[in-house]
Design a protein around this ligand. Structure first.
Ligand code: DX5
Ligand code: ZN
Length: 231
């Protein structure tokens, strides 16, 4: 996939269209292949896979075997969001399972630069995520080493939570520094994204919208995806 079309430049908002990454966490797992096909028919750019370990976050979801099964049926870029402690132990298994973009949490890694490098060494796109209460200073040193910055707009761990408005400040800081230093990472936002919250996130500088509930818990996935994507 081409990355550059997702990233806006300092020409400002509206340069290129926003991308959508449906979070499979909210889909019907008994019909996983059908759910994937349904959102892919609507032209989504990514499938967002939420991996939770019961330690870094309370919840537990799935591991590399399921990612591998998804990779076997998906035609879209796999965007895997690791909400796990010591992600270094699992970078290789998730890459080998077919992940294209692998995101770790800055709060969960003991050596962020090493882990980002490990993802890129395995030909992945490297993403860095941080929770709403994590100071922006924690991610700032790595902005030159990532392909994607994942701004959490809820606390990682569960789908269906309410959007935290203050997280837009993180998006604005990232967009400002990206323009200032001519960087190329994409800005992704995750949590509470809906047709109501997406426009404000877009205006703040978001390139990629993750949405679970607002897509899979609605009757018309296509209409929801178009509404989130906006113009
Ligand atoms: C939260 C996950 C999200 C979540 C989003 O820890 O990272 O991807 O599934 O869910 P919604 O869109 O329902 O807020
Ligand atoms: Zn996620």
């Amino acid at each position: 996939m081409s990355w550059s079309h997702l990233v806006r430049t300092d020409r400002g908002a509206g340069n290129g269209r926003a991308a959508v990454a449906p979070s499979l966490l909210a889909c019907d797992f008994a019909h996983l292949a059908d759910e994937i096909a349904a959102v892919e028919r609507e032209g989504v750019e990514f499938l967002h896979l939420d991996v939770m370990d019961g330690h870094f976050v309370k919840n537990i979801t799935f591991g590399p075997p399921l990612v591998k099964s998804i990779a076997g049926v998906a035609r879209t870029t796999l965007d895997t969001h690791l909400m796990i402690e010591n992600p270094d132990r699992y970078i290789e298994p998730f890459m080998k399972a077919g992940t294209h973009v692998l995101t770790i949490h800055v709060e969960a890694s003991s050596d962020v630069r090493r882990d980002l490098r490990a993802i890129r060494d395995l030909k992945g796109r490297a993403g860095l995520a941080f929770n709403p209460d994590c100071p922006f200073d924690r991610v700032e040193p790595y902005l030159g080493d990532i392909d994607l910055l994942l701004v959490m707009s809820v606390f990682a761990g569960f789908g269906g939570q309410s959007f935290i408005e203050g997280s837009l400040e993180h998006v604005r800081s990232a967009a400002k520094l990206r323009a200032k230093h001519g960087l190329t990472f994409a800005i992704e936002i995750d949590g509470g994204i809906s047709p109501e919250t997406a426009p404000r996130a877009r205006a703040a500088g978001v390139d990629i919208f993750v949405a679970g509930t607002a897509i899979f818990r609605t009757p018309d996935y296509g209409a929801s995806i178009r509404a989130i994507r906006g113009a």
